[in-house]
Design a protein around this ligand. Structure first.
Ligand code: ATP
Length: 443
């Protein structure tokens, strides 16, 4: 019937051999089981865009769970099945994940005398998706391997760099798609299509956002904050009035935009250095989005976004720690104050909070020293351990911790560079501490 373009050569050029082998294995298995299988969604979209994407989603016109089990035993892996949704995840031995979904045949009863039509199930599966660019399927059965199934003009929209919904009730059905539209638009540097934009504005004027659960909003916000350029998504949200639609306190003021701009910079700097621990982007950016909100009002936002009690507690704590640290940092003077003082100010604070402090510090030397802290001091350790202390005849107990803390301070301030110096200092500290156990002055 319709002409399907074959993109096998693009598939070959743009994916690692391992992935191609998996596609072919899955296709052969589908043939053996007498069903059709497809790669779908973002995976196919990104082949056409020439962007790396190894998140393989398969749709099977048949029994997806059975398919997943047989696929796993064929290529080596385990299966997590969700029988309720007829989906499964195959986790291969090299940790590659393959999601498998089932496309069901659906029959549409037309009123009056018209016959019942059976719609191709892959078509129905694709029709439920958010945007045309995500509603592509790639055939993988051997006979038709590489053929692109494009019912909704996705290729044209990719060529024209357009985000377009599949039907006019899309945002009414699921308003989180508004946030998804913005996210894909900004990520690919596309434009939301004219009609689609009218549908977004219509959905917003119907206040559909206020009915959305905090969990769902938060999930999409988190995806936005994991993007390369979260700020441009947030600016687009503000332009459309979505920030206030989520919660009036979230209006993106000029001051917040300025803070978020700095946060993106420090976040990129941190990512570039591959520093550990990995940061959780939303913990950083929510700080920026709520900058200036009073403490007791902050919970209005965390409640709206349906933070768990633990997340809420930790978030409030983080804000408090930042406030306290900002005060202390004002008294810290380069050249005059000890580096170990900076260490003790920053050390209790989770890394998201430290990046926020870095972004918020106006003095260049504070920023520079915080960056030094993250790059070097934070992960520094003394070269002496508990066993060394025992070997010196010191009995394990609270004194261990005191000695190690003081060694750390001395090392940070550059007083004991070598292990030998640290052992010597440990001996002296032990003597001092055992002579006067109540002494808690700094080493
Ligand atoms: P990403 O590159 O961000 O992973 P993706 O397109 O793979 O993008 P996922 O969030 O992993 O996106 O979703 C997988 C597929 O499921 C998408 O391609 C999309 O078609 C579909 N999908 C996800 N969320 C929705 C939604 N709210 N409404 C309709 N379809 C959705």
């Amino acid at each position: 019937s319709r002409r399907e373009r074959n993109i096998a050569s693009q598939v070959k050029n743009r994916l690692p051999q391992r992935m191609i082998d998996l596609l072919k294995e899955a296709g052969e298995l589908a043939d053996q089981l007498g069903c059709e299988a497809y790669a779908v969604g973002g995976f196919v979209r990104d082949i056409l865009l020439g962007r790396p994407n190894l998140d393989l989603d398969l749709v099977v016109e048949g029994d997806g769970i059975d398919f997943a089990k047989k696929f796993a035993s064929r290529v080596g892996g385990r299966v997590k099945a969700h029988s309720k949704f007829k989906t499964a995840v195959v986790i291969l031995d090299d940790d590659q994940r393959v999601d498998v979904a089932t496309a069901r045949l659906e029959y549409y009863e037309y009123p009056a005398a018209l016959p019942t039509v059976e719609l191709s199930s892959i078509k129905m599966d694709l029709y439920r998706r958010d945007f045309t660019v995500n509603a592509l399927a790639l055939r993988i059965n051997p006979g038709r391997y590489g053929q692109l199934v494009d019912f909704f003009g996705a290729e044209r929209d990719i060529r024209n760099k357009t985000i377009r919904v599949l039907h006019s009730l899309s945002f009414v059905e699921d308003p989180t798609r508004i946030l998804r539209a913005i996210r894909f638009e900004r990520r690919f540097d596309f434009q939301i299509g004219g009609q689609t934009m009218r549908l977004i504005k219509n959905a917003l004027s119907l206040k559909l956002f206020s009915k959305l659960s905090g969990t769902r909003v938060m999930h999409e916000l988190q995806l936005i904050m994991n993007e390369e350029d979260p700020l441009s998504c947030m600016l687009r949200m503000q332009e459309l009035g979505i920030m206030e639609a989520i919660h009036p306190l979230l209006k993106l003021t000029q001051e917040r935009i300025q803070i978020l701009t700095e946060l993106v910079k420090v976040h990129n700097w941190y990512k570039l250095l591959y520093l550990e621990p990995k940061i959780v982007p939303w913990k950083l950016y929510i700080l920026g989005m709520t900058a200036g909100v009073k403490r007791d009002q902050t919970t209005q936002v965390t409640k709206r976004l349906h933070f768990t009690p633990k997340e809420e507690r930790e978030f409030l704590q983080l804000r408090d720690m930042i406030g306290e640290a900002l005060m202390k940092l004002m008294g810290w003077k380069e050249g005059k104050s000890k580096l170990s003082r900076l260490y003790s100010i920053l050390h209790p604070i989770p890394v998201e909070g430290i990046l926020f402090l870095m972004a918020r510090s106006r003095k260049e030397y504070i920023r520079r020293n915080i960056s030094q802290y993250l790059a070097r001091l934070r992960s520094m350790a003394v070269d002496v351990n508990g066993k060394d202390l025992m070997d010196m005849g010191i009995k394990p107990g609270p004194v261990f911790g005191q000695i190690l803390d003081k060694l750390m301070v001395a090392k940070i301030d550059g007083r004991v560079e070598t292990r030998e110096d640290q052992l010597k200092l440990a001996k002296r500290l032990n003597k001092e501490l055992s002579e006067d156990p109540a002494d808690t002055t700094e080493a």
